[in-house]
Design a protein around this ligand. Structure first.
Ligand SMILES: [Fe+2]
Length: 238
């Protein structure tokens, strides 16, 4: 199974603090049955005035540091693929070469929505960004907005037809189970990620997820999530 959301790359964002911590996170993921991991460091254009070129250069440096140590030590760990977690902001439309933020070998981008009540520009912006650039979005951790986003607003978001991802910690959030039930059933929510930030802070929790998800979301959800996972792995490895 693939972990579609992780902050596994060292010394890059608020995720792993060192190469050794990244290796430990990968070991924990492997123990939990994960074979592939997408590294999705934060890309926030507004906050940092980060250019995509700078971001990609830093990401590559961090990845090389990690992969060099893994190879030197001959470790058998989940395969890492490079992506990003792009925060949806108004100025993103001006970004040069936005498709370079997609997951490698794909036109799929993990997109994070703002942490306040979504206004109509959010939906327009998301649609225009994806439509103009032929991007297939994965809506990041839709369970993390439940405390301030109404069911109606979720309706608007999911009416765009995009696929979405839940964090493994979703299994412990009763409010999210209720609010997202419709889209867990419809298959629109089909990607799963740890969103792990470290070995202590938001550690990988697939074990807990596997133990509880069947009861919460049912067999069809599991089948669909397995299918999405397998299709994505196939795309990555083509
Ligand atoms: Fe994240």
């Amino acid at each position: 199974m693939i972990d579609t959301h992780s902050h596994i790359l060292p010394e890059l964002d608020d995720g792993s603090k060192s190469v050794d911590e990244s290796i430990n996170m990968l070991k924990v993921l492997k123990e939990q049955g994960i074979t592939h991991v997408i590294a999705t460091p934060h890309f926030k254009m507004t906050d940092n005035k980060t250019s995509i070129d700078d971001f990609l250069a830093k990401r590559e440096k961090s990845y090389q540091k990690l992969i060099n140590k893994i190879e030197r030590q001959g470790l058998d760990l989940p395969k890492i693929f490079l992506g990003s977690e792009v925060l949806l902001t108004m100025d993103l439309i001006e970004a040069d070469g936005i498709n370079r933020l997609c997951i490698e070998n794909t036109d799929i981008m993990l997109i994070e929505l703002p942490y306040y009540e979504w206004q109509s520009w959010i939906f327009r912006m998301l649609y225009n960004l994806c439509d103009n650039n032929f991007i297939e979005p994965i809506l990041a951790h839709v369970d993390r907005y439940v405390d301030f986003i109404s069911k109606d607003m979720y309706e608007q978001l999911f009416s765009l037809g995009y696929k979405a991802q839940i964090n493994t910690e979703f299994v412990d959030k009763k409010a999210a189970h209720k609010k997202l039930k419709k889209w867990l059933k419809s298959g629109q929510i089909c990607y799963v990620g740890s969103d792990t930030h470290g070995i202590d802070f938001r550690p990988p929790t697939f074990d807990k997820y596997f133990k509880k998800i069947k009861k919460i979301a049912g067999d069809d959800f599991i089948k669909n999530a397995d299918d999405c996972s397998a299709k994505l792995i196939k795309k990555l490895e083509k």
